[in-house]
Every structure is written in C-alpha cells, then in structure tokens.
Design a protein around this ligand. Structure first.
Ligand code: ATP
Ligand code: MG
Length: 395
C-alpha cells in the first residue's frame, strides 16, 4: 500500500456547466503551489491523487490548504486492488500505528458490481479491528476515529485523517480584479475574500514619497506576498501619488481632501483595471468605518467610475475583519507602524456628507487629468511571488 494525499473538490461540483473550466483551473493552481515539491499528481472525475516522493506530506498539506476550490484533503493509503482479503490485511497493519479507544467503519463503494455491500464491508472490517485490538469498542455515534474505506473500480483506499480546506472557487475561474491594497488591516482581507470567490487579483498601491517611507512600501509588498500564497503570483502596480496629493492639499478646501483624493484613486484604478483586463475593483471599505465610508461619501467617490467596485467587507465589523486577518496571517504585518499616504494628509474635520457639485467644482482647481496621466505613465510594476527563495532567506 502507498501513502498519498487525496483532494476532494468543493463547491464547484454544483456548477455543472462550468465544471471543465473549474477543474482545469484547480489543476493548474494545485500544480503551481506544488511546483517546488516532489510530487506526482493524478486525476479522476471526483478526486485528485497526490503521491509525495520524499515524505513531504506536511508541507504539501500546508500548501494545499491555501488552494481555493478544495473542499477536503485526505491523507490515506492506496491499495493496488480492491480485494477484501488485501484490504483486511492492510487495515490490520494500519490500525497498529494509531491509538484509539472507539471507532466506526464507513465504506464508499463507487464500484457497484463489488460482491459485498457497504454495510457488509463495514461489518467485515469492523470485525478485523476488534480482533486485532480486543480492548477497543465500536461507537457509531461519537467515535474517536472513523476508518474510511473507498472501493473503486480497480483500486481501494483506507484512511482516518481528513482535513478541512478553505473551500470557495479556484482562483482565476471568475476572471481578474484589481485590489486596492494599502498597508492596513482591511484591504488584504478584502483581497482574500475576493480570491475565495475565484477572482484572480492584481494589486494597486498608491505611495507618496517622501511623505511615505520605503518601509511602508515594503509592508505592502509583504502583504501582497502573503496573499500570493492563495493566488499564484500577484502583479503589483505601484502608483506615485505625491504630485496629485500635494496639488489637492495646496488647492482644495481641506474638509474635501480625502473625498477628492479617493476620487482620483478610483479614476486611476479604473484606467489600470481596464488596461490589465480586470473586470472589477476590489477594496477594503466598510460602511461607516471612517468619514470617506459613509453612504454619501461612497456615493460621491464611486460616481467617477463605471467599473463595478466590490467591497467584500462592506458589512463586516472591525473585529470580524481582524479575526480573518489573523487567520490568513496578514494581521501582524498590517499593524506594523509605517505611515500610509492616506494617513499623512488626513484633515481635522473631513466632510462626512460631501456634495458632488462641490467635488466637481474643486477638482477644476487642479489639472487632474494631466496628473493622472503622468501617474499612470510612470507607474512601477512588480511581480510578487510567494515561494521566493531570496525572500525566505531574508526571514
Ligand atoms: P485598510 O482599510 O486596508 O485597513 P486603511 O484603513 O488605511 O487601510 P482606508 O482609509 O480605510 O484604508 O481606505 C479604504 C480602502 O481604500 C482600503 O481598504 C484600500 O482598499 C484602499 N486604500 C486606501 N489607501 C490606499 C493606498 N495607499 N493604496 C491602495 N489602496 C488604498
Ligand atoms: Mg479601512
């Protein structure tokens, strides 16, 4: 018998028409995260089988647990045939390696011509376990371990270890989105949730040197790197926002600074998204969190673009957002204390009910179209890779 990892597909199995595309992406994404591991991958209609060459089960499991579209991961054993005597013999060996007091056996039989029914197989295998370990008991309601058997057409499988995975749809099946990635807590979580729905992410970061430091930019790159463990690589667009921000600061009434600044960000995002074939903008806005996220502010800001803006956190409390950011391991990086370009130019009394007419009037005070064009023309693009050896060596 050979130890292996079995992947069960998730929610995508309900998308009958798109199943081909979903599976293709899932295979690509699995192959990508395992590119540095020595494995052989085989597929059938409902499962993926991963054979690990050098006992690297833990690291392969950890990488697979970040692949959206996987519902469940099993560490189990493959038998070259489905002969009941063979299964009994191997089960006997296997249960000697695990400690337990109560158990039950569950059988799945995709080979419907098999001479024994599932309850009969449960009975036979349960008998073997009781004979091999006389001091243990069957408990069908709350067993310490469940011994799973799967009888397939030619082979059979035995396992006790099942792990939940992150669910969702394979990244890329729903196309691309442009994530507004700041150094804060919210936007990485928003990106994670969008990826979970199958959206492949490119990221955009607005920096304002010298008002923002290179540490602030490094922090955003680190966040993109953490997110890239779920997304394959992440293309990060870095926009120099200094001139726009200074022009706004010098010429526009300060209570409107943030509103106008965000309208400029949105305009730039829409252009970059369209050039990069991103169908939506994604950001970390949450209703009521700050002055620029009141409904009136969101309306005044959103007006300047036609592309849909998806806000996965719109209705989340901060505590709920923090919980996810800890789970996905972006929290510790997000709370590092480097200034972001928004925080530097924050006025004492930002308007919470901005008027669209005033936004339009004030924007005439700066040559914003030229400034936007210039910012996009000079943007920097970086490809952020998850398993970057150089980066890992620096840690
Ligand atoms: P976060 O919301 O990520 O914790 P934040 O609270 O500093 O950061 P907000 O002022 O709440 O940011 O901005 C709302 C959203 O706008 C952010 O979640 C992010 O998507 C986007 N955003 C803000 N600043 C930037 C920036 N410098 N570059 C890219 N996107 C930004
Ligand atoms: Mg925020």
């Amino acid at each position: 018998m050979e130890k292996l990892i079995i992947i069960k597909y998730g929610e995508m199995t309900t998308k009958k028409d798109n199943i081909g595309l979903f599976l293709k992406k899932l295979k690509e994404n699995v192959a990508f995260v395992l590119r540095e591991e020595q494995t052989t991958i085989q597929y059938d209609s409902g499962r993926m089988f991963i054979y690990c060459q050098n006992n690297n089960f833990d690291s392969v499991l950890a990488r697979l647990q970040k692949v959206f579209g996987i519902h469940e991961i099993i560490i189990g054993y493959e038998l070259p045939n489905n002969d009941i005597e063979e299964i009994k013999k191997n089960l006997k060996e296997l249960i000697m390696t695990v400690d337990f007091k109560t158990f039950k056996v569950e059988t799945k039989r995709s080979n419907k011509k098999y001479p024994l029914t599932s309850p009969e197989i449960n009975h036979v295998l349960g008998g073997i376990v009781l004979k091999t370990k006389p001091d243990i008991k069957v408990d069908v309601h709350n067993p310490e371990i469940i011994i799973y058997t799967e009888i397939r057409l030619e082979k059979s499988y035995l396992y006790f270890e099942k792990y939940k995975s992150c669910g969702g749809y394979p990244v890329g099946t729903l196309g691309k989105g442009l994530l507004m990635l700041s150094g804060g807590i919210d936007s990485p979580v928003a990106g994670y949730l969008a990826m979970k729905r199958g959206v492949k992410i490119e990221a955009i970061y607005f920096e304002s040197p010298p008002h923002t430091s290179f540490q602030a930019k490094n922090k955003v790159e680190s966040l993109a790197r953490i997110l890239s463990t779920y997304n394959q690589d992440i293309k990060l667009h870095i926009i120099k926002f200094t001139e726009i921000q200074e022009a706004i600061y010098k010429n526009i009434p300060h209570e409107y600074l943030i509103t106008i600044m965000r309208r400029m960000m949105y305009r730039i995002c829409a252009i970059v998204a369209s050039k990069s074939n991103c169908k939506i903008i994604v950001n970390g806005e949450s209703i009521g969190q700050v002055a620029s996220q009141t409904l009136t502010s969101m309306n005044a800001i959103n007006r300047v673009v036609n592309i849909p803006v998806i806000r996965p956190l719109a209705c989340f409390d901060k505590l709920e957002i923090i919980e996810i950011s800890k789970k996905i391991q972006t929290f510790d990086t997000s709370i590092l204390p480097y200034e972001d370009c928004c925080t530097i130019f924050v006025p004492d009394h930002p308007v919470i009910n901005p008027e669209i007419a005033k936004c339009e009037e004030y924007e005439q005070l700066i040559p914003y179209e030229d400034l936007i064009y210039q910012a996009i023309r000079t943007k920097e693009v970086k490809i952020i890779t998850a398993h970057d050896k150089k980066f890992e060596d620096m840690l």
